[in-house]
Write a protein that binds this ligand. Structure first.
Ligand SMILES: C[S@@+](CC[C@H](N)C(=O)[O-])C[C@H]1O[C@@H](n2cnc3c(N)ncnc32)[C@H](O)[C@@H]1O
Length: 247
């Protein structure tokens, strides 16, 4: 039987909700496309078992206590982790940082939970839903030690450009939830989007480029190759990293 809108994914009442915010915080323009994607047995098993412990539905109904969630660790928000391989690697390499990883993609949520468990990671939480609602309604001002947006959907068609995540309005919201000095790290293999990111970030009064002379940053050693990145590289795309500090 198909799950009811807003109901839990699994019959025993666990797992991510297909529509955690319901219609309370409906946004007209979304940066993601709801995908009908198959959850493998292993991913489903990880969701069922680990979601109650490490999962978080973005319902927009409460403000998070990040100190309590991550035992006082500095917390970085990763928006759009996809299948989560890069997230798990970064969490393993830096156990002193908590990663709040958000995506709407259910198979990826299961995959990341399974990877985190296998590696014995305790510094990853998986959030399900729209990162905008998470930031706007559930994260306190000046709370985040960093924000990562790796290979956001490029929305190449002109009529879809309004769906791109990295826009002035998003930057204002993200900056308000970041601590002064925290870094927003974006990466993309889509040249026109990289140019847009550079333009809007450079013009935004709440951010300054970590590269003193301006422009793109060298790829930091801590960012692993992501799944989308390697697909882009296979197509001959050039990858750009942008690291901007909240002033
Ligand atoms: C192109 S994929 C990149 C995935 C991964 N970072 C990588 O490099 O392999 C972009 C991801 O961002 C997610 N996404 C886009 N907008 C989002 C939003 N507003 N909130 C949460 N996730 C979002 C999509 O569901 C998708 O999984």
């Amino acid at each position: 039987m198909p799950a009811r809108r807003g109901s839990r994914m699994f019959p025993d009442g666990t797992g991510p909700s297909p529509d955690p915010a319901g219609s309370h915080f409906e946004r007209r323009i979304r940066s993601f496309q709801p995908r009908r994607s198959r959850v493998t047995t292993g991913q489903g098993e990880a969701l069922r078992r680990l979601w109650p412990m490490w999962g978080l539905d973005i319902d927009g109904q409460r403000v998070l206590d990040l100190d309590e969630m991550f035992g006082g660790l500095p917390v970085v928000l990763e928006i759009g982790f996809g299948m989560g391989e890069a997230t798990a690697r970064m969490a393993a390499a830096d156990p002193g940082t908590g990663i709040l990883a958000v995506d709407v993609h259910t198979p990826g949520q299961g995959n990341l939970l399974a990877l985190a468990e296998r590696a014995g990671l305790t510094n990853v939480r998986v959030a399900n839903g729209d990162a905008i609602i998470l930031l706007r309604e559930m994260v306190k001002p000046d709370a985040l030690d960093g924000v990562r947006v790796y290979f956001p959907d490029p929305w190449p068609k002109k009529r879809h450009h309004k769906r791109r995540l990295i826009q002035p309005e998003f930057l204002t919201l993200a900056a308000s939830r970041m601590k002064p000095g925290a870094v927003l790290h974006c990466a993309t293999d889509w040249e026109p989007y990289a140019e847009q990111m550079l333009d809007v970030l450079t013009a935004h009064p709440d951010f300054e480029n970590t590269v003193p002379e301006g422009g793109y940053a060298p790829r930091p050693a801590f960012r692993p190759l992501t799944r989308f990145e390697s697909q882009g590289i296979d197509k001959g795309h050039v990858v750009h990293d942008l690291l901007f500090r909240r002033v």
